[in-house]
Ligand binder design. Structure first.
Ligand code: SF4
Ligand code: SF4
Length: 168
C-alpha cells in the first residue's frame, strides 16, 4: 500500500524539482551581484576572474617601493629557462650601484610556464602574474620587453584587463 501511494505521489521527484527551482531563482537574481552564497558561476568577463594564488600566468618584472626595477641582471633566470625564452642586456643607471636591464626580452610564445625562472631569482625580481588572457593578434606582441604599449614586461598587458587581479 505504501509503495502504491509512493507511485501515485512522486515525493522524491517533487523534492528534486523544488531544489532545482530554488537554486535557479537564487542564481538568476544574484547574477552580476555576487550576493548569494549559492552563486554558482563566475560572471566572467563582466567581472574579472580570480585564479588561485599559485596560478602561473605571464612573466612580469617586479619593481620595489620606489618604482625601480629590482632585477640586477645576474642571468640566473636566463640559465634556468629550459626554452631560452629570456634574454637580458645589462645596463647602468645613474645613482644605482647594481646593474639594471637595458633590455629584458621575454618571448612568451616559447614559455612553458614552468616557473624555473622565478624560482632561480634570489632577488624576487620576477613573477608569473595572474594574467591568463594571453592571446594576441600579432606574433610580435608575444615578444615582451621594456618598451611599447603591448610590450611592457614591467606591467600587465592592456589585453588582459579581465584576467589580471592586481598585485601578486
Ligand atoms: S616560466 Fe619557464 S619557460 Fe617560461 S620564461 Fe620562466 S623558465 Fe622560461
Ligand atoms: S634571476 Fe632575477 S635578478 Fe637575476 S637576471 Fe633574472 S630577474 Fe634579474
Amino acid at each position: 500500500m505504501k509503495n502504491f501511494l509512493k507511485t501515485l505521489i512522486p515525493v522524491e521527484l517533487a523534492k528534486g524539482l523544488l531544489l532545482t527551482g530554488k537554486r535557479f531563482i537564487q542564481v538568476m537574481f544574484s547574477a552580476n551581484r555576487g550576493k548569494s552564497k549559492l552563486h554558482l558561476v563566475d560572471e566572467y568577463p563582466e567581472v574579472p576572474a580570480k585564479v588561485q594564488p599559485r596560478f602561473r600566468g605571464r612573466l612580469q618584472l617586479l619593481k620595489d617601493d620606489q618604482g625601480e626595477i629590482i632585477c640586477v641582471c645576474c642571468n640566473a633566470c636566463v640559465k634556468a629557462c629550459p626554452t631560452n625564452a629570456i634574454q637580458i642586456v645589462p645596463g647602468k643607471k645613474e645613482g644605482r650601484k647594481t646593474r639594471v636591464p637595458a633590455s629584458y626580452g621575454f618571448e612568451m610564445e616559447r614559455c612553458v610556464f614552468c616557473g624555473f625562472c622565478v624560482e632561480s631569482c634570489t632577488f624576487n625580481a620576477i613573477a608569473l602574474n595572474h594574467q591568463f588572457e594571453l592571446a594576441v593578434y600579432n606574433r610580435e606582441d608575444m615578444a615582451l620587453g621594456l618598451g611599447g604599449v603591448f610590450q611592457s614586461i614591467d606591467k600587465p598587458s592592456p589585453v588582459a584587463k579581465f584576467s589580471y587581479s592586481g598585485e601578486e
